[in-house]
Design a protein around this ligand. Sequence first.
Ligand code: FPP
Length: 239
Amino acid sequence: MLGFAKKAKTPGDTQPTGPRHVAIIMDGNGRWAKKKHLPRALGHKKGVEVVREIVRHAGKTGLEALSLYAFSSENWKRPEDEISDLMGLLRAFIKSDLDEFAANDVRLKIIGNYRALAPDIVDLIDNAIARTAHNSRTTLAVALNYGSQDELVRAATAAAAEGAITAEGIEAHLDTADLPPLDLLIRTSGEQRLSNFMLWQAAYAELWFTDTLWPDFTPAEFDTALAEFGKRERRYGGR
Ligand code: FPP
C-alpha cells in the first residue's frame, strides 16, 4: 500500500482517502516522438512501456480500478499504418503481460466495442479476460474502440428496453457498470478536454491535467495526482 491510510470520518468509518477508480487519457505519444525526431510508432511503443509501469504501480497503491483510453472509436480516422502499429502493440502487450496480470491478481476488462477489432485480437482479449476473470486486486479496464456517446446510446437503449430510462438504469448498462465510481480522471499532454471518454462517469470525478507527454509520465507523477486528489474537497453538488 502506498500510504493511503484510512482516514476515519466518524469512529468506525474506514473510508479510504485515496481514489478507488482512476482513469487516464494517455495523450502525447505523437508529440513526444516528433520532439525526438523519431517515428510516431516509437512514441506509441514508449507509451506502452509507460502503461506497463503505471499498471504495476497502480496495483501497489491499493487502487481498485484503473481505466486507460487506448483506442477511441474516432481513432479509426488515423492513417492505416498508425492503426496497424497500435494494433500490433496491443497484440504484443496482451501476449507479453498476461502472465504478469494473472500472477498479480489483476483482472483485465475491456470497455468499448472490441469485437470490431481483428479476430485474432478478439481471441487474445477473450482469453485474457477469461484467464483473469477471478482476479480481484485491481481491475485494468482498457478502452478499445470506445466512444462514450456510443456507450450512452447503448446504455439508454438497454434501459428503455427494460421499461424506463432512469439514471440508475443507464448506469447499470454502462460498460463500466461493474467498476467503482470514477474518482479521478487524468489527462496528459496539456490538452484539457474529455474527447468522448467516460462522459457520464466523469460527472463527479476530479479532473487532473498535466503538460507531461504520456511517454514521459512516471509513477511519481501518478502519485502526485493521487496526492492532489487527496486534497480536493468533493461535494457532489452539496455544500
Ligand atoms: C495519444 O497519443 C495516444 C493514443 C491515441 C493511443 C494511446 C495508446 C497507447 C499508450 C499505446 C497502446 C496501449 C495499450 C494498452 C497497448 P497521440 O498519438 O494522439 O499523440 P499526439 O496528440 O501527440 O499526436
